[in-house]
Design a protein around this ligand. Structure first.
Ligand code: ATP
Length: 235
């Protein structure tokens, strides 16, 4: 689904991603782990076209997307939920969701997407006409993910969806991701500080340190590696 080769990105003189090579199989959940400043956010931003690659190549389903603008990449089926979600608090739940489907012209298609998102996230269904400012942190994260799903992506990039949420809420969001993958074959790239909860639903994991890949393996194997856990994963 996604092939990344030698991806390098920088902010001026600061090299944030250094020669990252990875591949993601369709329908897999891949966790991207690592400490603060490891380059996780930069990886997502570079994949989705929000930050330019300095070197390297990204291919999605065989198409070279490295130099494409973010909106083109989105139309090819990649959705990016940034850290914090980027929900527009002055708009209602429904208006936020509609933003995620603006480019879908087929009305029936759009109506179906609304139904699906409300089925996945019950609290949103109950608050359709409420301003997003009235939602809890967990509900805002659901709204951010729901808005991304309105565009029916094939690949979903999620930046720290558990940030600031209670463990029970995090667990319910992880469960929804797992169900979605099982039901729709959605492919997920999940950036998390919370390595333990991410590895619990991920098939594979990738550990970054100072912009480089220091480990890449099955989630089970990473979670069982005491040295790696101690050095990079914090659990
Ligand atoms: P966090 O978990 O704190 O979000 P991260 O793993 O997502 O960390 P990045 O945010 O990708 O890491 O940062 C990687 C490196 O790039 C860090 O050294 C960071 O200081 C630097 N960096 C990130 N954003 C910028 C920016 N806008 N300008 C300059 N340097 C930046």
């Amino acid at each position: 689904m996604l092939e990344v080769e030698g991806l390098t990105a920088a902010y001026g003189p600061v090299r944030a991603l250094d020669d990252v090579t990875m591949s993601i199989a369709p329908g897999a959940i891949t966790a991207v782990l690592g400490a603060n400043g490891a380059g996780k956010t930069t990886l997502l931003r570079t994949l989705s076209g929000l930050h330019p690659a300095k070197k390297g190549r990204v291919r999605m389903d065989g198409t070279n997307i490295t130099a494409l603008a973010a909106d083109r990449i989105a139309r090819l089926g990649m959705a990016h939920v940034p850290e914090g979600g980027g929900v527009l608090t002055e708009l209602t739940v429904e208006e936020n969701l509609r933003l995620g489907a603006l480019w879908r012209k087929d009305k029936r298609d759009r109506a179906k997407a609304f139904t699906e998102v409300y089925e996945l996230f019950e609290p949103l269904a109950q608050r359709q006409r409420k301003p997003a400012s009235t939602l809890s942190g967990g509900e805002r994260q659901m709204l951010a993910i729901g808005r991304a799903l309105m565009g029916r992506p094939r690949l979903l990039l999620l930046d720290e969806p558990s940030l600031g949420l209670a463990p029970m809420i995090t667990a319910s969001i992880m469960r929804v991701l797992d169900d979605l993958r099982a039901q729709t074959g959605l492919t997920v790239l999940l950036v998390e500080q919370n390595a333990r909860s991410a590895l619990s639903i991920a098939d594979r994991g990738l550990v970054l340190s100072l912009g480089r890949v220091v480990a890449s393996d099955e989630a089970k194997t990473l979670a069982a590696d005491d040295q790696l856990r101690h050095a990079y994963l914090g659990f």
